[in-house]
Design a protein around this ligand. Structure first.
Ligand code: F0G
Length: 462
């Protein structure tokens, strides 16, 4: 059943509606659990008359891109945000209402060393870990927190593997709201946990996994006046779209052949896909980049679904991976992600724990730190090149989602050779030895340091 309601008008003349991704029902706003009131599936924000209204107001592709570029030198908060700079493609809001930490504006790096390793010279990384709380979540959170506040909520909440909670806690604090965080006990890094605490969240560790936390929170928000800020919230994905918009601007609106992203709850891949489809529809980019999604072998429900039934159904898995950010077995946005794979012609791959650790060390050797979940992109690229899906002459952008400092334990264990000790991967992990730099304890003398320096120099010449 499709129920049609009046769209909500916006200040720039566009109109937005919430549309169910399954039954197509339209509604002016989302319920507390962010699900379709008719069939219970996920909602997405659409702008039905967009192209027409943008043209009527003179905002064609050239005018829009010029407007966004011009804002780079502005002193206004909304313009300094790498999200709200693109506000013509976002839900309407008065500038004074925006909660921003000047998110976005993240660098696009050339990756010559990794490019040589994988045999793809045109390799780039967009580092979303350079956001204010150290992960890509900030681009979505500025949008969703802003609309939570506008809707009058005192409390916002999320279930998280750590980054969403860190981001939500910061934006709630900036917006003068309280925040509730549900985390899988013992399964998130202490850096992420400490961020939520520092920003003042009510932080609850539950004896379950991420999927269990999200299930419980969905029940809580149905019973309490608490605004759900997980990526099932369609406003989050509108904000996260801007990572792709900014990336394509950095490519002068000539898309790379491939964009490669990690897959966890699958909100991010859904958002990036929505962005490229909208930019194509508006005539801002001439063609679509292929968006490919990489999962950890131990948390691979989308990979299995695509291999087993072409993405028609998804069977949840019990997730286990050292890349704790993507330790998710029942991803909420899997249907949206399947649509992105189909619409852009992307691939889905899985990578092992040792492959993730090696890829992370290789990215690190490039002078670019990221967290393990981000490194799946480079590990996955190696496989996609071997399969011939990515060709050596093509251009590739990896999306690095989190900062190195999100998980320093992983780095220390890697370099001390402890990451895989006593695990089935111990043998395979011997391949990582050349990348290890064990921290040394020396006598406090210049001679001891010079001996270490000379030994390192000798080893480098071999
Ligand atoms: N990379 C990092 C660093 C993440 O924190 C996440 C998700 C992902 C990739 C996967 O993105 O879920 O949109 O497919 N972290 C969530 C959290 C689940 O709670 O912080 P996704």
């Amino acid at each position: 059943m499709t129920q049609v309601t009046d769209p909500v008008s916006n200040s720039t003349g566009s109109a937005l509606q919430m549309r169910c991704i399954q039954c197509g029902a339209l509604s002016p706003e989302a319920k507390q659990d962010m699900r379709c009131p008719v069939c219970g599936d996920l909602l997405e924000i659409i702008y039905p008359e967009w192209a027409a209204t943008k043209k009527a107001s003179g905002l064609d592709a050239a005018a829009l891109t010029a407007l966004w570029k011009g804002r780079r030198t502005s002193r206004a908060a909304a313009d300094q945000s790498g999200v709200w700079r693109f506000r013509e493609l976002l839900p309407p809001i008065a500038e004074s209402e925006i909660i921003t930490l000047r998110e976005g504006n993240t660098p696009l790096y050339e990756m010559p060393i990794c490019g040589r390793i994988v045999g793809v010279p045109q390799l780039f990384a967009k580092h979303q870990g350079m956001n204010p709380t150290g992960s890509f979540k900030d681009t979505g959170m500025t949008a969703a927190a802003t609309f939570a506040k506008q809707a009058g909520f005192r409390w916002v909440a999320c279930a998280s593997t750590g980054n969403t909670s860190a981001s939500m806690a910061a934006y709630a604090a900036r917006g003068g709201m309280h925040s509730l965080v549900l985390l899988p006990e013992g399964k998130i890094t202490w850096s992420k946990l400490s961020q939520a605490l520092d920003y003042g969240s009510l932080t609850c560790q539950l004896k379950t996994d991420f999927d269990g936390c999200l299930r419980i929170l969905t029940e809580v928000v149905r019973r309490m006046p608490v605004y759900l800020l997980n990526s099932v919230n369609p406003y989050r994905l509108e904000g996260q779209k801007t990572a792709a918009i900014e990336l394509l601007e950095q490519f002068a609106w000539q898309p790379p052949d491939h964009i490669i992203v990690p897959g966890g709850n699958l909100g991010n891949s859904s958002a990036l896909g929505k962005a490229v489809l909208e930019l194509k529809e508006l005539g801002i980019i001439p063609r679509l980049p292929r968006i490919s999604i990489i999962q950890a072998e131990g948390a691979n429900p989308l990979y299995r679904s695509m291999k087993e039934n072409g993405g028609k159904s998804l069977t949840p898995v019990h997730a286990e991976t050292l890349a704790t950010a993507i330790r998710i077995g029942n991803p909420a946005s899997w249907k949206k992600a399947v649509r992105v794979l189909e619409a852009t012609g992307g691939a889905v791959e899985q990578v092992s724990e040792v492959e993730i650790a090696l890829a992370k060390a290789e990215i690190g050797a490039e002078g670019i730190g990221c967290e393990p979940a981000s490194a799946v992109t480079f590990a996955g690229l190696k496989k996609l090149v071997k399969q011939g899906f990515v060709k050596p002459q093509e251009s590739v952008a990896l999306l690095l989602t989190g900062n190195l400092l999100k998980d320093p334990d992983f780095v220390l264990k890697f370099h001390r050779g402890e990451l895989f000790s006593g695990t089935p991967e111990e043998k395979a992990a011997e391949a990582l030895a050349p990348r290890r730099r064990t921290p040394m304890v020396l006598d406090a003398t210049p001679d001891a340091v010079i001996r270490a320096l000379e030994a390192a120099e000798k080893a480098a010449q071999i």
